[in-house]
Ligand binder design. Sequence first.
Ligand code: TPP
Ligand code: SF4
Ligand code: MG
Length: 378
Amino acid sequence: MPASAAEAKRSMGVPPVSLLFANEKNHGRDGHATKENEMSVAPTSPLPVLKPADYATDQDVRWCPGCGDYSILMQTKKVLAKLGVDRSKTVFISGIGCSSRFPYYLNTYGFHSIHGRAPTFATGLKLARPELNLWIATGDGDALSIGGNHFLHVIRRNLDVKILLFNNRIYGLTKGQYSPTSEHGKKTKSTPMGAPDYPIRPLSIAIAAGATFAARSIDVDVKHLEYVLERAAKHVGTAVVEIYQNCNIFNDGAFDYATDKTTKSDTTIYLEQGKPLVFGKNADKGIRLREMNPEIVDLASTAKDDLLVHNEQAQPAVPFLLSRMRQPDLPEPMGILRSVEKERYVSVVRAQNEDAVAKQGIGDIQQLLDGPETWTVA
Ligand SMILES: Cc1ncc(C[n+]2csc(CCOP(=O)(O)OP(=O)(O)O)c2C)c(N)n1
Ligand code: SF4
Ligand SMILES: [Mg+2]
């Protein structure tokens, strides 16, 4: 057992972004601890090791009994504790919705912000305080209806924020209107004759926008959810995690096909890096790509070599195809669809600022306002 929480984190392979005990002054210009200062952050006396319960607040949790949000909260607390995340350097930002109540229940900093705008708060905060560990909690309505635009940009910029997208395929807080992820033909209070439009697949949008990390899990599969959240937490860049979440009041059973013991092995497929895509009760079916179309094959008559082998670093076309796989035609992939490295927006912007200051000195806002560059508006 490592002697200190800092050692414990290092031995677990937590990347520099999570070395949040570091003094701010020890960070490189993008706010990440450097190799040298990583060595200098070991506390002189052992820090208390936090347990999941230490990440809870004194707030009464106001989700309906049985809501899938409870499990997402629990697995998040477990991952924060496992990684020894510093509460004072961690911020959960949300928009509006049942899922967006998430920051109240975590003993970190938090913003319950504006509908669909959590990415904008995160962008400003990350640029000002790059050393912070940022998370967004958002719903399918919050992220993909009113916040659709902001969702795209926080992903394409690779800001460096972990996005937990609670997908219950409904507006829960406002009592059951259809959302952008509701199925075609879905009857809800706002679509009494069935939803006329076709659903968005959140991970398709994320991958098309250049997501460096895109993953899916499900509220009741607690071990898998914990694994996916831990991978997201360790990702350096913007991570999108779609979590199938049961709203037992307004859309109960939406994911029964993927959770029911009798059906889940045929309706889902668990991705493992470097392994062929195999599924089915007896692991007797696989996925093969034929002319860029994923198709189900029977392993009794198909060699395993013909199957698609999962590669988290594959060109985006492949994870995009995985993100399109949907019931009832194909099993729905669970796990890490994509995980690649790319320069982060925060590093580029801060480097540009530093270069501008080096060349022109620190600016003076009053001088700028009083300066000669003025316009007359007719
Ligand atoms: C500007 C604005 N428009 C609409 C609303 C109403 N509203 C509140 S939450 C919500 C949708 C929430 O759905 P989702 O993000 O899926 O969250 P869930 O409650 O399902 O977790 C809507 C439309 C609002 N609060 N503000
Ligand atoms: S309305 Fe649905 S999503 Fe909201 S707390 Fe209740 S069960 Fe959860
Ligand atoms: Mg919702």
